[in-house]
Design a protein around this ligand. Structure first.
Ligand code: NAD
Length: 370
């Protein structure tokens, strides 16, 4: 029997609540499946600041390096609003992504048939939607230097963020985009702002060159990021894979989240480069949502994004396609039976909390697996 090592980083707010539902599924597979998961847990974010004064300790980083895959919950919350910027909870996640060089963030936006009515768009625009936003995760505006607020001689303040990309960074995300598209509907939209940003000019140039050199079998379209935002709500089904930089990817993936009904539905994966010897990529799986302080501790959080993130870990890191399919089918089945957390509540459906939704998905898995 193959053993897969997973590191759980539940984090803050609703992070531990949704992670508990993932553990419920892991326990099921360990008991009944043909696979074994070896779990380790560590602190990150605010929880780690409270214990060690830092959002990411060397110990947690060491465990993250050793794990086959990391399952992450969420970090942050008002409790840590006043900590120094460099050690805020989110800095732990950013450093983890950087240290493991997780440069490719995959954010699928899939609209389950049972949820088509929950979208703000009409059913015909979202039913059957299956798009993938590929966001560059370790470069661009969130990491570029200088990044500072300075006080000018006049006493006025000036804030600076810097957007930086190199050829190599754009090339490697382009390759991931083309590879993913080949396993899907073979179409890539590259979104940037070459009309006003130099990073956009280089992004366009390198995407075009990489495509011409390595991926002529894939359809490549260029689109301005603002036009892409508009098209996502006008006609989202025209897209297959959308590849973009860190900042635009952050926004476009949240917008795509709303097409599917709720941010509580969206999983994500962050992948590194393939290991030259094993071909395995370092990987971190996490829901797109944050720590949701407004509902934390109330048992209201939708655990589906976290559970679907676990499903992605099974698919992309563990090679457990059957189990991953089982999880997706169980989510679809549970929604079809009318169970809803409050974020995706619809008329005549049954409102459930975090644990009840987790238990229902597990029951569906048991039913489908038997
Ligand atoms: P958020 O995603 O935490 O919440 C936005 C809204 O969506 C809230 O109304 C929340 O209740 C709701 N929501 C989110 N997840 C949900 C779920 N699973 N089920 C039901 N409803 C859900 O974003 P925010 O409010 O902008 O940020 C809150 C905190 O989370 C901040 O400290 C922020 O920095 C942090 N954050 C962390 C991450 C991360 O850890 N990756 C990502 C985004 C935000």
């Amino acid at each position: 029997m193959t053993t897969h090592s997973l590191l759980l980083l539940p984090g803050d707010g609703i992070g531990p609540e949704v992670m508990a539902e993932v553990e419920r599924l892991v326990a099921f597979f360990n008991k009944n499946g043909k696979v074994q998961f070896q779990l380790d847990t560590a602190l990150i974010g605010g929880a780690s600041i409270d214990q060690s004064g830092t959002p990411l300790t060397d110990e947690t980083l060491g465990k993250a390096r050793a794990a086959e895959a990391i399952l992450f919950g969420a970090v942050g919350g008002p409790k840590w609003d006043k900590v120094a910027y460099a050690i805020r909870p989110e800095a732990g996640l950013l450093r983890l992504r950087k240290e493991l060089d997780l440069f490719a963030n995959l954010r699928p936006a899939i609209c389950y048939a049972a949820l088509a009515e929950a979208s703000t768009l009409r059913r015909e625009h979202v039913e059957g939607l299956d798009i993938l936003i590929l966001r560059e995760l370790t470069g661009g505006t969130y990491f570029g230097e200088p990044k500072e607020i300075v006080t000018l001689e006049t006493g006025e303040k000036r804030a600076v963020d810097t957007t930086v990309y190199t050829t190599h960074e754009i090339e490697r995300i382009a390759r991931v985009a083309f590879d993913l598209a080949r396993k899907r509907r073979n179409k890539v939209h590259s979104a940037e702002k070459r009309n006003v940003m130099k990073t956009g000019v280089l992004w366009h140039e390198v995407m075009t060159a990489t495509h011409a050199r390595e991926a002529q079998d894939v359809e490549l379209n260029h689109i301005l990021a603002d036009a892409c935002a508009m098209q996502l709500v006008r006609n989202p089904k025209q897209f297959d894979v959308i590849v973009c930089d860190n900042l635009f990817g952050d926004m476009l993936s949240d917008e795509a989240a709303m097409l599917t009904g709720s941010i509580g539905m969206l999983p994500s994966a962050s992948l590194g480069a393939p290991d030259p010897k094993t071909g395995k990529r370092r990987a971190l799986y996490e829901p797109v949502h944050g720590s949701a302080p407004d509902i934390a501790g109330k048992g209201l959080a939708n655990p589906i994004a976290a559970i679907a993130s676990y499903g992605m870990a099974l698919r992309y890191s563990c090679g457990l396609v059957r189990e991953a399919d089982l999880i997706e089918a169980a989510i679809a089945g549970t929604l079809a039976r009318g169970l809803r957390t409050s974020d995706i509540m619809q008329p005549n459906m049954r409102k459930v909390g975090t644990a009840e939704m987790g238990k229902a998905i597990l029951a569906e898995i048991e039913k489908l697996a038997s």
